[in-house]
Design a protein around this ligand. Structure first.
Ligand code: HDD
Length: 710
């Protein structure tokens, strides 16, 4: 049976794609057989000539088992090798038919099944999730008119303008070829060498050095189609479009020190987060939005719409909400589905078309090409996860792994012997937008693509103070890892074209002489929509799916912990009790408290907030436990909400938390300072009220933490 998600309307929640997949789902049941269906009664011993003799070639079970194993691996994706995916559905709010004839956008009653794969770009399949990198956000819509793939990223621009530079860029960012070091890192000479020499990268490098490159969760990042695409309506009229995904939970990031630690503590951090949220029924949601530009206004901007290193500022062209996507089902098998899914920018449906963006044009070649080697031949669209729910009928035949048993004599067009089938479509066919094109054959970048710095400056100007601090620290970290001084110097010179102050600050941290004067004047323009502060969560209850660690030990005041846990769990938070030992904790005020995890199996970096429980013995035990005190100090350092109950407050006082006030108490028993909440005397419910907005705000970025060790 298909895994079902009972719906309010009494249906089983299975969609067309789910039902289609049901025919290929295979459960481990019954008796062991070979691939040919012959039953096997011993898979532990190979067939041999005598008890101590050689293995016999005629052991077909042995040979099949080993051969299959030997061939289990396929090439990983050349980029975006590391990923995680989920099924879900998309539904438009209202008809978008004014702009596009795409059926899945034109009828608000149509729910289209989707598969989304999130990814990092540079690392191998087994690399850590929390590296500094762009995140892929690729969506396959299984529409009734065929598959539509929106293969985007979590940043709205790209490193290069013309796809012919893609191999150069990827070779530069990937591990260096002589020693294959470093894995999944941009902080090395070859990338920054390329960046310094190829100034069109500058805008994207600003995004990559910002906190967008270290998302807290795939559920908390934006997605962008990046290119300007074209929508085409029934009348054949085109409208330029940029696609945006906005997460309902808001846009939130980790801090860099935290990322590096998570890479060791839980390399599957983002992948696990997505999986767990879906298993817990906390389905990730994103709103699709479009920026629309009439064809007649193609040249109204001071940049070229065909240049993928540029955004259209939202203040100039607002994002129109189009529909909602919910991810509500984890795949059954990682390899079969998440690994074998094959995206392609040229998978379009009637009503969605391309532009002459040279990066997009290159992609339209590259994705089909890469699947041929990665998935072993031309029949990869027949792999279950790739199969459209729309009917497929054509004269393509044979090839490795052909799954269809085509019947009949004809596989050519036109034919009369096969009744003329498959016939040409009467209606609903894809027709390419009729754009007039003429010109000389040239190899030259358009002059309208030449401004590489204005939008990098726009981005920098739009950041909040804390975002700028993180950006400067990131540049210093990355360039500080470069061994060749000339590479560092060239990048500083480029930064001086973005903002003089930025170049000076970065230079000071990396041993490069700061530039004496600005290369260009900062134009002073900003786009507030670019700051993450503009993208806090849209959910009212900000505790949803937030992970909270409660530190406790024997002698814990369990009542306060239980009340706080109930309050937060009710609001959708995940609350876990961590203690020096697993099992149960003796409580000072009643029955024993169950421990969720031994503290040493976890770390503060795996939680959004930390609570120190009350109880004199518990607090004393935690204060004497270096792992526990480090846990709290580190959470504080990473600007997370920190909460202490009763005697737990005494523990905070003993930690090196700067100028934190924990001594006084406000009249209602709850004291808030720098995102630290303390409560004494049972004011736990009131504390929970104050805790939730802190969780929604994600981090307390203005907390002074420079002196805090961790
Ligand atoms: Fe790409 C994979 C996104 C430019 C060539 N790309 C890939 C994936 C994403 C993107 C999300 C992973 C899809 C998945 O989960 O399977 N790529 C982008 C974006 C780009 C971009 C947003 C710029 C706007 N890509 C780009 C260029 C080229 C490629 C210019 C080549 C000319 N990309 C590929 C590829 C990959 C790929 C080599 C590797 C695996 C795959 O396609 O299926 O063909």
């Amino acid at each position: 049976m298909a895994p079902t998600r009972p719906q309010a309307d009494g249906t089983d929640g299975a969609d067309d794609k789910d039902r289609q997949l049901e025919s290929v789902r295979a459960d481990s049941r019954g008796e062991l057989t070979t691939e040919t269906g012959v039953r096997v009664d011993d898979t532990d011993n190979s067939l041999s000539a005598g008890e101590r003799g050689p293995t016999l070639l005629e052991d077909f079970h042995f040979r099949e088992k080993i051969t299959h194993f030997d061939h289990e691996r396929i090439p990983e994706r050349v980029v975006h090798a590391r990923g995680a995916g989920a099924y879900g559905h998309f539904q438009p709010y209202e008809s978008f038919s004014r702009y596009t004839r795409a059926h899945f956008l034109s009828d608000p009653s149509v729910r289209t099944p989707v598969f989304v794969r999130f990814s990092t770009v540079a690392g191998s399949r087994g690399s850590a999730d929390t590296v500094r990198d762009v995140r892929g956000f690729a969506t396959k819509f299984y529409t009734r008119e065929g598959n539509y793939d929106l293969v985007g990223n979590n940043m709205p621009v790209f490193f290069i303008q013309d796809g012919i530079k893609f191999p150069d860029f990827v070779h530069a960012v990937k591990p260096e070829p002589h020693n294959e070091i470093p894995q999944a890192q941009s902080a090395h000479d070859t990338l920054w060498d390329f960046v310094g020499l190829q100034p069109e990268t500058m805008h994207m490098m600003m995004w990559l050095m910002s906190d967008r490159a270290i998302p807290r969760s795939y559920r908390m990042m934006q997605g962008f189609g990046v290119h300007t695409f074209r929508l085409v309506n029934e009348r054949g009229e085109g409208t330029f479009v940029k696609f945006h995904w906005k997460p309902v939970l808001g846009v939130h990031s980790l801090v860099w020190d935290e990322c590096q630690k998570i890479a060791g503590k839980d390399p599957d951090y983002n992948r696990r987060d997505l999986w767990d949220a879906i298993e817990a029924g906390q389905y990730p949601e994103y709103e699709l939005g479009c920026q629309l530009v009439p064809e007649s206004e193609e040249h109204r901007f001071d940049f070229d719409l065909l240049d993928a290193t540029k955004i259209i500022p939202e203040e100039e062209v607002p994002v129109v909400p189009v529909g909602r996507m919910v991810l509500d089902r984890n795949p059954d098998n990682f390899f079969a589905e998440t690994e074998q899914i094959a995206f392609h920018t040229a998978n379009v449906v009637p009503g969605i078309d391309f532009t002459n963006d040279p990066l997009l044009q290159a992609r339209n070649f590259s994705y089909l090409d890469t699947q041929l080697i990665r998935l072993g031949g031309p029949n990869f669209q027949q792999i279950p996860v790739n199969r459209p729910v729309a009917e497929v009928s054509n004269n393509q035949r044979d090839g490795y792994g052909q799954q269809r048993v085509h019947r009949g004599r004809t596989s050519y067009f036109p034919n009369s012997l096969g009744g003329g089938c498959p016939a040409l479509a009467d209606a609903g066919a894809y027709t390419h937008y009729q754009e007039r094109v003429d010109g000389a054959k040239i190899r030259r970048r358009s002059p309208s693509f030449q401004d590489h710095f204005s939008q990098a400056t726009l981005f920098y100007n739009s950041l909040a103070g804390w975002e700028r601090e993180h950006l400067v620290a990131a540049f210093r970290f990355e360039l500080g890892k470069c061994e060749v001084m000339a590479v560092r110097e060239r990048v500083v010179e480029r930064l001086n074209h973005v903002d003089h102050g930025l170049a000076v600050e970065v230079a000071r941290g990396i041993g490069v002489a700061p530039p004496a004067e600005a290369a260009v004047r900062n134009h002073g323009r900003s786009s507030p929509a670019l700051s993450q502060t503009a993208l806090l969560g849209t959910v009212e209850d900000g505790a949803r799916s937030r992970r909270i660690a409660v530190l406790a030990a024997d002698g814990v005041a369990a009542t306060g912990v239980s009340v706080l846990r109930d309050e937060l769990t009710e609001r959708g938070a995940v609350v876990e009790v961590l203690a020096p030992h697993d099992g149960r904790l003796a409580a000072a005020d009643g029955p024993a408290l169950a421990v969720d995890r031994a503290m040493t199996t976890m770390a503060s970096v795996l939680y959004d907030a930390v609570v120190v429980a009350g109880g004199a013995d518990s607090a004393a035990a935690l204060a004497a436990d270096g792992y526990a005190t480090h846990f709290v100090t580190e959470a504080f350092k990473h600007a997370k909400p920190v909460v202490a109950l009763d005697e737990g407050v005494d523990l905070l006082r003993r930690l090196p938390l700067g100028a934190l006030r924990t001594a006084e108490r406000e009249s209602d028993g709850v004291l808030a300072d720098q995102g630290v909440l303390t409560a004494r005397g049972g004011a736990v419910r009131r504390l929970a009220e104050a805790f939730v907005p802190l969780l929604a705000g994600h981090r307390v970025w203005d907390r002074p933490t420079a002196s805090v060790p961790a």
